[in-house]
Design a protein around this ligand. Structure first.
Ligand code: UT7
Length: 317
């Protein structure tokens, strides 16, 4: 385990879309969305690109770390879909920030941020990088079907970032994957070709909500217990668990099963909605800014989603 978090940052679009407004687009109500998910509103990108959001979050994280973009040895961005297949989002962030280091994207859907932390840890452990920028950035509102009430009410846009440097903040990390394209899938943009199978031009999000809910709760609990055991900590040692912000009811189960108090489970789903791999770093930066997390606190991050993937880690701030 090789890194510590030395800076965090976040960026969200200007436009706030309330449940009331969503209920003018599809057959839903503020009441249903609130009680089934915990969401009141979400940020939706109108003019902001995913690169704008990712670069802004990265810039703030560097400022808080007191570092310059040229200090970076590596940039990793996690996203389910950037503006282009190539150049990668991370290359465009590198350009925007004026960094000179290698940069690449990863896609582990909602677990992408925790997956990225594991990669950053490997680079720093091996001495291949001293300073890494890890960004989770998503514009999920461009990938949902705005006529499908089962999915469009859930998502929001944003980016969160951390700067990592050599240190002993990471205490344990654990990742899982269980390949499945039936329960959750996002988009498919194959073009017409005279060869092979027929094109499938379907950019939208599909999810079996009930089954993914069960997966999320099961994987989240198992992963958290695994990393707590690896790190040798109990629930009492944890200042806060930051779960992927998918559904308030998932947090409730995690809280009850782990015997945590309300204050020990971070929730910002009311104002962010589900921002996929951006959700954990968005929360982390917000909690640090509010003074609810301070250096020395032990936090647990737990993520789950498309792939199906999951991952959790224990970090001392
Ligand atoms: O980020 C990746 C990981 N994602 C997750 O972990 C998400 C996990 N799943 C969930 O959070 C929940 O399954 C959802 C929030 C997506 C859905 O909640 P649910 O309690 O599982 O609802 P449901 O899909 O079982 O639907 C219940 C009812 C249905 O009506 P009937 O069949 O009972 O008459 C739906 O048609 O609610 C209806 N419904 C809605 N009603 C009003 C579904 N969506 C809506 C809606 N507004 N937006």
């Amino acid at each position: 385990m090789a890194f510590q978090i030395v800076g965090t940052g976040r960026a969200v679009p200007e436009y706030i879309l309330t449940n009331e407004e969503v209920s003018k687009l599809v057959d839903t109500t503020d009441e249903w969305i609130k009680t089934r998910t915990g969401i009141n509103s979400r940020f939706v990108s109108t003019h902001e690109t995913i690169t704008d959001l990712a670069a802004a979050a990265g810039k703030k994280a560097l400022e808080k770390a007191g570092l310059d973009a040229t200090d970076l040895d590596l940039i990793i961005c996690s996203t389910v879909m950037a503006e282009h297949a190539s150049p990668s989002l991370s290359c465009l962030v590198q350009k925007e920030l004026g960094a000179k280091c290698p940069a690449f994207d990863i896609n582990a859907a909602c677990s992408g941020f925790v997956y990225g932390l594991d990669i950053a840890d490997a680079y720093i452990s091996m001495g291949k990088a001293n300073t890494v920028l890890m960004v989770g950035a998503e514009v999920m509102t461009r990938h949902v079907d705005w006529t499908d009430r089962a999915s469009c009410v859930l998502f929001g846009d944003g980016a969160g970032a951390v700067v990592l440097q050599k240190g002993d903040g990471l205490k344990a990390i654990h990742l899982t994957a269980k390949g499945d394209d039936k329960l959750l899938s996002i988009g498919n943009t194959f073009c017409k070709s005279p060869f092979g199978r027929q094109p499938v031009l379907d950019p939208h999000f599909k999810m079996n909500g009930g089954e993914v809910f069960k997966f999320a709760v099961g994987a989240g609990l198992k992963d958290v217990k695994t990393v707590m055991s690896k790190a040798g900590i109990t629930s009492d040692d944890i200042k806060m668990v930051i779960p992927h912000q998918a559904n308030l009811r998932i947090f409730q189960v995690i809280k009850d099963k782990l015997g945590l108090s309300e204050d020990q489970v971070a929730s910002g789903i009311d104002h962010y909605g589900n921002t996929s791999s951006a959700s954990i770093p968005l929360m982390l930066d917000e909690l640090i800014e509010q003074g609810r997390l301070v250096p020395g606190d032990i936090i647990v991050m737990t993520a789950f989603g498309g792939g199906l993937t999951s991952g959790a880690c224990v970090i001392k701030l």
